[in-house]
Ligand binder design. Sequence first.
Ligand code: NAP
Length: 249
Amino acid sequence: MDRLKNKRALITGGTTGIGLETARQFLNEGARVAITGTNHATLHAVRHELGNDALIIASDAADIAAQKSLANAIEEAFGQLDILFVNAGITDMRPIEKWDEAAFDRSMGINFKGPFFLIQALLPVFASPASIVLNASINAHIGMANTSIYGASKAALLSLARTVSGELAGRRIRVNAISPGPIDTPLYGKLGLPETELKTVAASIQGQIPAGRFGRPVEIAKAVVFFASDESAFTIGSELVIDGGMSTL
Ligand code: NAP
């Protein structure tokens, strides 16, 4: 229960789903944890659940100036940062003809541009060693319809895990990525689909997963604990696909 003892961690988008479960696992393993989000209701709910155990910060992952403020807040609270889990993300699914520039910029801003500038803003704050884990997706690998921009934003994160590893290895800052398949989180309720259509879509996705079910947030969070801990000290610039076999079988 102390695999992350004395480590200081920041999780972006830690208010629900994979991020919240990872915050619980990090706390269980002895880390000090800060999490971000934008929705007042879920920020309030997570404050209620985690109480004084976690630092809860309202911060928009797409706002570039806010990444600098977030880095300053982390430095003020923790001094240095040992673990960054880049998790905040949105899934906007639409066919190519339905995209406009604003929607394109929103997805890329939250999923890739903001995270890039957060890592840059945190450079003076990272301890040595430190671990950065990027939450990508199997949509970076498969040709699922309506995921052109989502998949591209996640492919960009996978590339970043390798290139920034090359730049930061000298400082003993490791960068790795996880690529989850379908995980049972509030994400699907945010797709804007009516309840009946959502059930049909979920059943269709489930039929494509060799494991026969959606994954659970804890099944991703445990992998993030591994990447965040010193157990993975020799793992640099790598990706772990956790998808019940969906992209490979
Ligand atoms: P989720 O429950 O919707 O969680 C998304 C988190 O990101 C929430 O905490 C949300 O908080 C935060 N967020 C969204 N926009 C934000 C913004 N502009 N600024 C700061 N925080 C923001 O969904 P999830 O499934 O756990 O998703 C977490 C990550 O896993 C995402 O990057 C997603 O792409 C990835 N992923 C999920 C699946 C899946 O099947 N669930 C599969 C592969 C990858 P607020 O609402 O408060 O902003």
